[in-house]
Design a protein around this ligand. Sequence first.
Ligand code: GRF
Length: 200
Amino acid sequence: KRLALFASGRGSNGEALYKAMCDDYINGTFVVIITDHHDAGIVQRADGWGIPIVVIERSDYDSKADFESAQLEALAPYGVDGIVLAGYMRILGCQLIDSYEHRILNIHPALLPSFPGLHGHQQAIEAGVKVTGCTVHFVDTGMDTGPIIMQNTVPVLPDDTEDTLSERLLPVEHATYVEALRLFCADKLSVEGRIVRIEE
Ligand code: GRF
């Protein structure tokens, strides 16, 4: 599949996916990278991957609608089959979500539907849960509410901070996202309401 990668930050999930594509583990290619920060870590990280990087910053547009139009225009020439959000820190507009229904994936650093939104690790620590994890899900118009594709867990230890917990979770995120995107690219996922079925 032809995929767009959206990232706002350091891009470690994006890189894990890119490597799995290079190894032919995922039958897909990132044909464009879109970031909303010209100085995002992903920009340096992806230097040398030979993938066009398009910077679309919210502050350059008067309205959300114009910002979304710029995203749609940037995507248009690439004819993408799906969008991979990996640390993209903005809610997508409705037009984008409608155009790519069940074709936009996101990773969230908590076991949804618990702890959606920002600071998933910190929310888990404060709630006192003993297990947390990550969720790869399809994106709908809500905040981290779309159909769940895959989840994996890590323990929360008594002295955990946001940093220690995110360090423990990050490799699990990478493995989970690689597996979920592999299944998506192999057309093994089907969605019925809230339920995602995996045909292996
Ligand atoms: C990850 O924790 C992801 O779950 C969250 O943002 C972080 C992105 O990390 N949505 P990276 O940019 O992929 O390194």
